[in-house]
Structure formats: C-alpha cells, structure tokens
Ligand binder design. Structure first.
Ligand code: GAP
Length: 576
C-alpha cells in the first residue's frame, strides 16, 4: 500500500479506518459534501459540543433552544438569504464541471477574488485552468447560484420552505418569546446547536466545506448603547493573536494583544466582541486546537457585511488547506431584528423601564374618522393607524400603505401637543453573534492532534486529544488472556464503567499493539492488569503522551482516573 502523501491524507486514512469519519452513502458511491460520523467520530463530536455547552450554556447562562431545520420562505426573505445568499459559479466548457468562480480565480493568484463582480471574474477566468480537468477555461459565463436547498411544505405545494442555511434565524424569530422568558431584560443570550444546509457548488475539501454541517451559534441581545460587557474582567488580561485590518495590509503577522488593550486601542469595536473573541480562543484551545496555529482575523471592509459593526474570524492553520475559518464573531447591530420586524409586522423591541421617569413634550396625532371614513372607506382604519405613527409637517403628511404613498392634508387630523410621563423606552437590541462550525473544529482538532513517533522500531500514530474530547477515555487490558487476569480485567472495566467512565476492554494481540490501537484513537490512559495485580491488588496506568506507567491500587482506580480525566490530578503526582 502506498504511503499517504500529506497530513490530511494521513488523518483521513486514520479517521476512516478507525471509525471517526466515513463517506456518506458509500455503498452508492458517496456524495460530495456529506459525511457520516462513525462510532468514535460521533462520540468525539458530541464531546466537543458538550465542551461548547459548558462555556455557553453552563458558564454564560444562555439557554439552548431547538428550532426546525425547515423554515418558511418569509424567514429567509427577511434574512436576505433568498435574494443574496449566493456564490458566483461557472461551468467548465471542457469537462462540464460546475466550479466556484472566485475559488478558481483565487487558485490562479487573483487577490480578493470574492469581492469581484461576475463580469470581472469572467474576464480573469479566461486564461485560468479549470480546477477539475486542468484545461484553460476561455470564455465562461459567471452567474449567481443560490446556496439554499428549497422544498415544499405539505402536499399540494402550497408553501415554499428552505432547509436552514444557519441556525441563527430560529433564535431571531423566537425573539419575543425569548425576551419574555428572560423577563424583559437585556442583555440575554440564546444558543442553538444543530444542522445547517448549504448547497455548496463544488465541495472538495473534506470536512471543511460540507453541504450538511453542524453549527453552534449564540445570539446575544444587548442594549444598542450598552456594549460594555458586564463580565469583561474575566478576559481583560487575556491575550489573543489578532490580525486586524491594518496588519493584513502590512506585514500580515498577527499581534498578541490583551482584550483590554484591543478595546482601548479601537482594534476591536467593543467589549462584547472582544469578550467573545477571548472566549472562543479559550474554547478552541480547550477542545484541542493548537494555540500556535490559531489566529483571529478581522474582516476587511470589502468582505464585511454592510450592517456589521465589526467581524472577526477564528482561523486555524491546516497544512493542507491553509488558514481555515472555524468561527465567525460579529456585531450584527439590529440588522436581523429590524429585517424580521419589517417582514412580519411584529415589533421586535424590548421595553426597558427607566430608573427615574421623565416628562416629555409629545405630539399626538388624532385622525378625524368622520372625514377619513367617506374618503377612504374600507381603508380608513389603515390610514388612521398609519397617521398615528406619522410625523406631519405644517401642510400635511405623506403615509405609505402597501407600497402606495398617499398625501393626507392637515384637515383630516388634529395635532395635540401634550406633556407625558415617560417611564421606559422601546429599544431594538443589537446582536453579538459568535457562530461556530463544529465539523471544521473536529477536523482542526484531528489535524492538530495527529502525531507520529518511532517506538520499538515501529511508527506510533497518536492523537494527542485532550482527555475531555477523546472518544474512549480508558483502555483496559489483561496482560495475557489466561490465569484469571482476563476475569480481573473485565471486573476492572465494569468498575470504571459503573463510575461513568467510557472504557474499552481489549484482550486481543500483543500488549504493545493494544497500546498503539488506543494511542491512535487518542485514548489518554490505559490500565493493565498483570500478575502483580493478583498479588497486591495494584494495576498499571499508562499515560498516552509520555508512555510512562505508574501502579495504583485497584480500589482507588476509578477516583484516580476521574481526577486525571477532569484535570484535577496530575499524572506525575501519582508516583515515579
Ligand atoms: N450565522 C452566521 C453564519 O452562519 P458563517 O460564517 O456563514 O456565519 C459560521 O458560518 C461557521 O459555520 C463558519 O465559521 C464555519 O465554521 C461553518 N461553516 C459555514 N459553511 C460551512 C460549510 N459549507 N461546511 C462546513 N462548515 C461550514
């Protein structure tokens, strides 16, 4: 068998062979952009999601909700996905493969290809090779391709629906109920972990670009004028490698900055964005992303959404794919709530009581229904409702109903000036959104934790996974499968399982081979039952990374292993 060429191939070979990641529907030839998580992969992914929950749900106190993956059309009209969620595509005239035009241009050395218009991309592609067949593309038409999967809801094709392209929209549409749940106070946050769907044009990057993937998103609703984070001190001195707009135009090297300084110097827009940059760094390192291969890159003004006040991507360095975006952290202002309020007609604001009430002069518009009735007949109420909200000038006012603009003379209403006591204000919250791609995190963790060394003349493949993320927590082996060692080892395995520790019992093959089998799936500890166990009731615990072994009492084993897995006990403290 030929040696796998690079780390991606090595990682994916291991991942396939050991049951982490499999091609989906493999018996039917597979389909690009879909993957299956095998037994170990599903377990590791769940552990990464649970580590994420430990930060966002348990520590931040943001409740998790679960919304359908199918959404009705108005949601995605409001969010802008129906109109604008598309990539530029072209078709190779030689092999007929559909290609992402900006990716072909970028591979051909064209900078900032994603920001080019369809026409400009078409021009640049002429002399570039097709990424599928290698032929020069020549004249190709570049056009927009909407990435949403659409469907029909119910029989009879009455309602158009879409598979959600992000989990965030469910949180926005639940805003009024969430606000009530959080007792009408700001700030509050809600999170969601679930599947999102994007019909990517040519997904050829394994787990990086999928058509069905898992997102973990948090939407934090804050007062628009209150972007100082109440717990900022937690991360004020936390330093993160930041590649701001300025650095990207300069040397291209990130600078290590504390979050306090980043806000003070105006590098990051506000404390909320800085807080979630630091928290994201904290999570990514906790789940096993190498901090030396992690940076936070600010979106350039050309790539940042027009409504966003600031936006940073957490990027991990992959030997195969370069810098890969794992998480996007954005201050989305009130864009989403405003858009949904406009589309649904529901006021998506929070009424916040003032500490002390104040008196204000207000103008009140009182429509003259006796005059409006005969003039507007069935529409009189609509006209009156619009008038109440209007801001009339001295000669009248123009209102809009269903897209029609109607001039209303001042004879059809009265304007009263009055003093009112104001006890609170209606505000439309701004949204801070850290959005995580779980599958990309899984890949980055696998690539960064993969290692090879030579042990006893053989290549040892190891996944240096953090114990909290490793799918199997402990391997239990009898040194040999006879003389009662196998029976005692089975008892030890049951003891650990009863303590809630995920254990794999393995009695087949040489002991060295069994260690290797666990090393390459990242199992942090292996417990071996040998002849000494039968004499003094001790077992050995072997640590994956340093391969050192210590003896501990069988009776205290479960507590010891729990301490090791939870990081409360250092392996070195157990003995020589
Ligand atoms: N609600 C904001 C949002 O969805 P995004 O940058 O489009 O933002 C967030 O997606 C994260 O989801 C990305 O940082 C990435 O990790 C992941 N992601 C996006 N598209 C993906 C795809 N096709 N395959 C795998 N992960 C993807």
């Amino acid at each position: 068998m030929a040696e796998p060429a690079d780390i991606y191939e090595k990682v994916m070979e291991l991942a396939k062979r050991r049951g982490f990641i499999w091609p989906s529907a493999e018996i039917y030839g597979g389909v690009a952009g879909f993957i299956d998580y095998g037994p170990l992969g599903a377990q590791m992914k769940r552990r990464i999601e649970d580590a994420w929950r430990a930060f966002y749900v348990i520590r931040e106190g943001f409740y998790e909700i679960e919304c359908p993956t199918v959404g009705v059309e108005p949601i995605y009209v409001a969010s802008g996905h129906v109109k604008g969620f598309s990539d530029k595509m072209c078709q190779c005239p030689h092999c007929e493969e559909y290609l992402r035009a900006d990716h072909v241009a970028a591979a051909g050395g064209i900078g900032n290809a994603a920001a080019l218009s369809a026409e400009a991309l078409g021009e640049t592609l002429k002399s570039l090779p097709c990424s599928a067949c290698g032929e020069e593309l020549g004249e190709v038409r570049v056009f927009d391709f909407n990435l949403m999967f659409n469907t029909w809801i119910g029989p009879g094709s009455q309602r158009k629906g879409y598979l959600r392209p992000e989990t965030a929209q469910g949180i926005f549409t639940d805003f009024p109920r969430l606000l009530r749940f959080y007792r009408d106070k700001l700030p509050f946050g809600a999170v969601q972990i679930g599947k999102s769907f994007r019909n990517e044009i040519s997904p050829r990057q394994g787990m990086i670009r999928l058509r069905e993937f898992t997102q973990a998103e948090a939407e934090i609703f804050v007062h628009p004028e209150g972007k100082r984070h109440p717990r900022f001190d937690r991360y004020r001195e936390y330093a993160v490698p930041l590649l701001g707009c300025e650095e990207q135009c300069g040397k291209g090297e990130p600078v290590l900055v504390t979050m306090g300084d980043a806000v003070k110097k105006g590098l990051v827009a506000n404390e909320y964005v800085a807080y979630y940059i630091a928290l994201t760094h904290d999570i990514l390192v906790t789940v096993g992303v190498d901090p030396a291969r992690l940076r936070f890159r600010q979106h350039l003004t050309t790539e940042r959404a027009h409504y966003a006040a600031d936006c940073w991507d957490a990027e991990a360095l992959s030997k195969r794919f370069g810098w890969v975006e794992l998480v996007g952290i954005a201050d989305r202002t009130d864009y989403d709530l405003r858009a949904h309020a406009c589309e649904s007609g529901v006021a998506l604001t929070a009424y916040l009581p003032l500490e002390t009430s104040r008196m204000e002069r207000r103008r009140r518009i009182i429509p003259d229904m006796k005059a409006l009735g005969p003039k507007f007949r069935g529409r009189a109420k609509e006209v009156a409702d619009a008038l109440v909200k209007a801001d009339p000038g001295p000669d009248g006012v123009e209102i809009e109903i269903g897209g029609e603009r109607i001039a209303i003379p001042s004879s059809l209403y009265q304007v009263k000036e009055e003093q009112v006591e104001v006890r609170g204000v209606e505000v439309m919250p701004h949204v801070i959104e850290p959005s995580y791609g779980i599958d990309r995190m899984c890949y980055a963790v696998l690539e960064h934790s993969y290692d090879e060394d030579m042990v006893e003349g053989e290549v040892r493949r190891v996944l240096h996974l953090p114990p909290a993320i490793a799918p199997v927590q402990v391997g239990v082996f009898p040194l040999v499968s006879r003389d009662g060692l196998d029976r005692v080892a089975a008892e030890v395995a049951s003891l650990l399982t009863a303590a809630g520790i995920f254990t794999e019992f393995d009695e087949s093959g040489a002991i060295g081979r069994r260690y290797r089998r666990q090393d390459e799936i990242g199992t942090p500890y292996a417990v071996t039952i040998d002849y000494q166990t039968m004499e003094d009731g001790t077992v050995t615990i072997r640590e994956r990374d340093g391969m050192a072994q210590v003896r501990v009492k069988k009776d205290t084993l479960a507590a010891t292993v729990r301490g090791l897995l939870g990081g409360h006990t250092a392996f070195a403290s157990l003995g020589p």
